[in-house]
Design a binder for this molecule. Structure first.
Ligand SMILES: CC(C)(COP(=O)(O)OP(=O)(O)OC[C@H]1O[C@@H](n2cnc3c(N)ncnc32)[C@H](O)[C@@H]1OP(=O)(O)O)[C@@H](O)C(=O)NCCC(=O)NCCS
Length: 165
C-alpha cells in the first residue's frame, strides 16, 4: 500500500472532500456544514497563510483529509492556538491514514506556523475519534454539556488538546 500525504489541490480535491464531509455528517461524526464541490474549492482557494488542508491518497485513491486553522482569530494573546480536524473515508479507516495526515502534514505545519497548542472538540459519542486523538498525544481536557444542536437534539461534546512543546 502506498500512502501519500500532501497539501490539498483545490481543483482535484474539492469534490472528494465535500463528499467525505457529507458521509461523516450522515454518520453524525462531524459538525461541519455541508459543502458543495464549488464552495469547498472556494474555501481551499481562499485559505490564509496560517491555515492548511492536507489530503491523503492510498494507492492513488482519495482516502481522507485533515486541517488546522487559528482557533481564536480575535486575539494576539491566543495566536499560538490552532484548531484541527480529521476525516477519513469509511473504507480507509484503521489503516494509519489519519495518523499519517497529522504526523506528515498537520503537526509539521503547526510547528512552522508557531501553533504551540492544538485543540478541538469531538462529539462525546464519537469514541473512535477520541481514541484516535489520544493516540496522537491529545488528551481530553473538558466537557461541554449539550453543546451541539443536532436538528434540535442537544449533544454533549468533549474538548481535547495537545501542547506541541
Ligand atoms: C477518527 C478517524 C479520523 C481516525 O482515522 P483513521 O485513519 O481510521 O485512524 P488511524 O488508522 O490512523 O488510527 C491511529 C490510531 O488511532 C486509534 N484509533 C483509530 N480508530 C480507532 C477506533 N475505531 N477504535 C479505537 N481506536 C482507534 C488507534 O490507537 C490507532 O492506532 P492502531 O491502529 O495502532 O491501533 C476516522 O475514524 C474518521 O474519519 N472518523 C469519522 C470522522 C471523525 O469522527 N472525525 C473526527 C472529528 S473531527
Amino acid at each position: 500500500m502506498t500512502l501519500k500525504v500532501e497539501r490539498a489541490v483545490p481543483e482535484r480535491d474539492a469534490a472528494p472532500i465535500s463528499r467525505l464531509i457529507n458521509i461523516c455528517r450522515d454518520e453524525r461524526r462531524t459538525v461541519l456544514d455541508a459543502y458543495t464541490p464549488e464552495s469547498e474549492r472556494e474555501y481551499l482557494e481562499s485559505m490564509g497563510s496560517r491555515e492548511v488542508v492536507y489530503v491523503a491518497h492510498v494507492d492513488g485513491e482519495f482516502a481522507g483529509f485533515a486541517g488546522v486553522a487559528p482557533r481564536y482569530g480575535y486575539s494576539e494573546r491566543l495566536r499560538h492556538c490552532g484548531e484541527g480536524g480529521t476525516w477519513v473515508m469509511p473504507e480507509m479507516r484503521g489503516r494509519g491514514v489519519g495518523s499519517a495526515l497529522w504526523r506528515e502534514g498537520i503537526l509539521p505545519f503547526c510547528v512552522e506556523t508557531s501553533f504551540r497548542h492544538v485543540g478541538a472538540f469531538v462529539m462525546a459519542h464519537n469514541k473512535d475519534a477520541i481514541a484516535f486523538y489520544e493516540s496522537l498525544g491529545f488528551h481530553v481536557c473538558g466537557f461541554h454539556r449539550r453543546l451541539v444542536d443536532w436538528d434540535g437534539e442537544l449533544l454533549d461534546a468533549v474538548e481535547i488538546e495537545k501542547w506541541l512543546d
